[in-house]
Design a protein around this ligand. Structure first.
Ligand code: NOJ
Length: 529
């Protein structure tokens, strides 16, 4: 019998996160509690029992702070308050208390690298003269060329266009993302102190940790030299060598500061969003006095190909091998195409996504699920006129941006807004024909994606087969991956076009029908051997 989640206390271990399953709530799209078509804290509250029953350990809630929404909350105007569209501090406290009561940890997004242009600090900076303390909190510089009319260097914004905007009076300010997201200067003591104040503010309210946005961005190289690779750097690509905007050595001082604060609150943690491809460079962020976890995006970048998936796993494990951190597996998030779509979409994308989650949840370490993964949500092609991501405008309409993977979650019913909101007018439109995708429809179907996730998460939490924080590869047929965990779990993934024989063992769970001892193509199985 499944225990009543209300009776499950939050486990006491300080390193509860080491093998936790986190659920990313993209707040605008998860559940709308007040009927304005935008998800909010009240909506999350109303769905907490669903999350507890799903079997995740912790939530990561994307930014809910006051914001003009130039980048949907990643442009923070006040890091220590709640955006009225999402609720208020009392609602936040109630959500946190209820989550804890259901045994769910709650982590929140921290956006240190930049603020909103409407943050009081930036408004002060605009009103203040060059060289003033108000400007020193941001990265203001004189321009180059005649009259300083050209940007101080050649850096592009991650969202397209130059990373610099000129202000009246002639100086330029740096923004690695949208112009409404000016970068803060972390060599400024006030900026660092303010980050600590923000951490302590939310820790005092009881949060269990933070997801740190652009965790490789908070330090800029001395003199802000031109980048050689400027032209080659794609939007949201891994920022490799030559990209001077990210992964500068000084950023580790900031992470040490953050860690020192967290150490004063045992049981709290931080995970970094780090687009750092090199294993050794990435490993530096999870040294003992820095972040607890680093998202490893290799699985999220890998195609449905056995070699690519295996390489992704190997690199992720190699990254953490000499560090105290476990690996941290991600298949989808709010910045990339959802994996059902990446794997080809339609029935085949869904079949592959079923197999992929068995891979993700069998690997040792931490897993992050993105809201709607458990329903097998695909991306949705949207017409130009509804696109909202700043990437669309800033790229001169050449990049459509990330709206397609941010469609609101369908909960129930057969027509938009499928229980997401009482308003059919949701912030991004929901397509027709999603009745079978809703949580309600899937809960009633033992063969659904939701049922697969629930069973997989229950097994992962309760079966001794998952014991031990390691794995080793087993010999496997061509186009297949097989590995074993010390507790006896064997996971076999078939990415080949042909059925393959299954190893010996007791079948715990399969993503497809495994009658007859063979694993079909695009399927995975867990065995206890
Ligand atoms: C990473 C976040 O995940 C993304 O959504 C945001 O646009 C950028 N950081 C800038 O804050």
């Amino acid at each position: 019998m499944t225990p009543d989640p209300a009776s499950v206390p939050v486990p006491a271990a300080v390193d509860w996160w080491r093998d936790a399953v986190f659920y990313q709530v993209y707040i605008r799209s998860f559940a709308d509690g007040d009927g304005d078509g935008v998800g909010d804290l009240a909506g999350i509250r109303s769905r907490l029992r669903y999350l507890a029953e799903l079997g995740v350990d912790a939530l990561w809630i994307t930014p809910f702070y006051p914001s003009p929404m130039a980048d949907h909350g990643y442009d923070v105007a006040d890091p220590r308050d709640v955006e009225p569209v999402f609720g208020d501090l009392a609602e936040f406290d109630a959500l946190l208390e209820e989550a804890h009561g259901l045994g769910l940890r709650m982590t929140i997004d921290l956006v240190p690298n930049h603020s909103s242009h409407l943050r009081e600090w930036f408004q002060e900076a605009l009103a203040a003269p060059p060289g003033s303390p108000a400007r020193a909190r941001y990265v203001f510089r004189d321009g180059r060329g005649p009259g300083g009319g050209e940007p101080p260097n050649n850096w592009p914004s991650v969202f397209g266009g130059p990373a610099w905007t000129r202000v009246p009076g002639g100086q330029w300010y740096l923004h690695l993302f949208a112009a409404e997201q000016p970068d803060l200067d972390f060599t400024n003591r006030e900026v660092l102190a303010d980050l600590e104040t923000t951490l302590r503010f939310w820790l005092a309210r009881g949060v269990d940790g933070f997801r740190i946005d652009v965790a490789h961005g908070m330090a800029k190289p001395e003199g802000l030299p031109d980048m050689v690779a400027a032209e080659d750097t794609g939007l949201f690509d891994d920022h490799g060598p030559g990209d001077l905007r990210f992964d500068q050595d000084g950023v580790h001082d900031v992470h040490r500061r953050i860690r020192r604060v967290l150490e004063q609150h045992p049981g709290t943690m931080a995970v970094g969003e780090l687009w750092v491809h090199d294993d050794d460079r990435l490993a530096r962020y999870v040294r003992a006095d820095e972040l607890h976890l680093a998202f490893n995006f290799q699985l999220l970048l890998a195609d449905w190909d056995a070699e690519e998936l295996r390489t992704a796993v190997d690199h992720s494990l190699a990254t953490v091998a000499g560090t105290p951190a476990p690996a941290c597996w991600v298949l989808s998030n709010h910045d990339r195409p959802r994996h059902v779509t990446r794997y080809g979409g339609g029935a085949s994308g869904t079949r592959r996504a079923r197999a992929a989650v068995l891979l993700q949840l069998a690997l040792p370490g931490v897993a992050y699920l993105y809201n709607g993964d458990e329903l097998g949500m695909p991306d949705v092609e949207l017409p130009d006129e509804v696109l909202q991501d700043p990437i669309w405008e800033r790229s001169g309409h050449t990049e459509r941006g990330r709206d397609s993977c941010r469609i609101p979650v369908p909960w129930s019913g057969t027509a938009a807004a499928y229980g997401f909101s009482t308003s059919p007018d949701t912030w991004l439109p929901m397509p027709a024909g999603w009745g079978a995708l809703t949580a309600e429809a899937q809960a009633a179907d033992a063969g659904s994606m939701l049922s697969l996730y629930r069973t997989a998460l229950r097994l992962r939490a309760t079966s001794p087969a998952f014991g031990g924080g390691a794995m080793h590869w087993l010999p496997a047929p061509d186009g297949c991956l097989a590995f074993r965990r010390p507790g006896g779990l064997v996971c076999l993934l078939n990415v080949s076009p042909a059925p393959v024989p299954m190893p010996e063992g007791h079948v715990l769970l399969a993503s497809d029908d495994v009658c007859g001892g063979v694993l079909p193509p695009d399927a995975a199985v867990w065995l206890h051997a």
